[in-house]
Write a protein that binds this ligand. Structure first.
Ligand code: ATP
Ligand code: MG
Length: 404
């Protein structure tokens, strides 16, 4: 596939400035919009929420649902190319948009990523080339499936096939009785049961692939989750055994190529304790968009994951990113807006902003809720020791979990 480059500022045939559209108005959309605007593009966001983080900073904000025919027509009308920031946007909506505009990533690959059953089939289909498999699992769609679950998969985690993120739609189960109860609680929607893996570590790899198949990427990040939500990303040279990192990177490239992916893709992996010194690599899931674990690229690399999304979708060249500073990213959840008594408070930004190498990103969300992603703090420094010391200080000041 090829795509004639869409340059910023160029008057399109309709006489308006080149405009990039995005489905979804969350923080990923906002950071995408900022990257697009920095290059001179106009932007359009489709999100029903009048206060959506991306809608608030975009030239156009179309306030309709993702499947609204009029909203989609309006987005296609004002945009020269369209992307998505949310994997649960209905694939049909992307298909409709693709009728008139370049859409990256495409509907069929987003459809795979938004259904864990399809996603696991895809990982299995590329296992020969990628060299990695997913955790042992069973699909549960019927009572018969439930009864047929092998005991070897327990204890495990039941995950809804659709609409899961940040650990939502997941229940940890120890035995068959708990599994049956959990599936009932999940309203008996299609699910997968995954065997609980002995995790040594978690990592993710972010790549960007162009219309012509060219691919660039960042070095793998090591991620720490707390309560199923990303808390800390470690992005520096010694974060992972080099051989493991290289295997994860190669696997991600084959997972992207296998489906002709266009845009930024993140693949998450588990490092499992298999008795070997560095552990075995197991693929967890993929996100068809920039990812929370790649936010450090905004301050620690010369090209961010959002810049690459802009380049990939518009058919611009994909420069290989260079990380110029070791970095640790700390996620800022709504929890830190509450004190120990549950009273709301303002985090001590005064102290945090005084830390050299601390880059604060807040998403413009006015209501803090526990577990809600409100922002992140990227720490950079001349040396890894500096970065670690600053991250520890910031975590202390803000009472953040997950930094060992
Ligand atoms: P997100 O989209 O935010 O990454 P999610 O809701 O899609 O999250 P998963 O990535 O499936 O969820 O799981 C969240 C976390 O739960 C994982 O990062 C890992 O820490 C833990 N987890 C998930 N599956 C397993 C498993 N099979 N064994 C052990 N731990 C697991
Ligand atoms: Mg995940």
């Amino acid at each position: 596939m090829s795509q004639a480059p869409i340059f910023p500022g160029t008057a399109s045939p309709s006489g308006r400035p080149a405009t990039l559209g995005v489905m979804g108005g969350g923080q990923l959309g906002r950071m995408f919009v900022h990257a697009a605007q920095r290059l001179g593009y106009f932007t359009a966001v489709l999100d029903a929420d009048p206060q959506s983080p991306a809608g608030l900073v975009s030239h156009h904000h179309i306030q309709t649902g993702y499947s609204d025919a009029q909203g989609l027509a309006q987005l296609a009308d004002v945009s020269d190319a369209i992307t998505t920031e949310f994997e649960n946007v209905p694939a049909d909506a992307l298909q409709t948009l693709a009728g008139t505009r370049p859409v990256a990533p495409g509907a069929s690959v987003v459809a795979i990523a938004q259904n864990r059953i399809e996603e696991k089939s895809h990982f299995t289909a590329c296992a020969d080339v990628s060299g990695v498999t997913c955790a042992p699992y069973a699909v549960i769609q019927t009572e018969a499936d439930l009864k047929a679950v092998p005991a070897a998969l327990l204890p495990g985690i039941v995950k809804t096939a659709r609409m899961g993120y940040d650990g939502k739609g997941q229940v940890r189960v120890k035995n068959a009785a708990e599994l049956a109860a959990a599936w009932k609680d999940l309203k008996q929607v299609p699910c997968v049961l995954e065997k609980m893996m002995p995790l040594k570590d978690e990592l993710s790899v972010i790549v960007a692939r162009g219309w012509d198949g060219a691919m660039v990427g960042f070095a793998p990040q090591r991620n720490v989750h707390v309560d199923g939500i990303l808390a800390v990303t470690h992005a520096y040279e010694s974060n992972l055994p080099p051989e493991l990192a290289a295997r994860a990177q190669a696997a991600t490239r084959s997972i992207a190529s296998h489906i002709g992916y266009v845009g930024v893709l993140c693949v998450e992996f588990f490092v499992v304790d298999d008795g070997s010194a560095q552990g075995g690599l197991v693929v967890n899931e993929m996100a068809p968009r920039p990812h929370n674990s790649g936010h450090y690229t905004m301050d620690a690399c010369d090209v961010s994951q959002f810049d690459l999304q802009v380049h990939a979708m518009t058919g611009l060249p994909l420069p290989a990113p260079r990380q110029h500073s070791p970095s640790i990213m700390l996620n800022l959840l709504g929890d830190i807006w509450f004190d120990a008594q549950g009273q709301s408070r303002t985090p001590d930004w005064q102290a945090v902003l005084a830390l050299p190498g601390a880059h604060l990103h807040l998403y413009g969300k006015t209501e803090a809720r526990r577990g809600r992603k409100m922002g992140h703090l990227n720490i950079t420094g001349a040396t890894l020791a500096d970065v670690k010391a600053t991250a520890r200080r910031a975590a202390e000041l803000l009472n953040l979990p997950g930094l060992e």
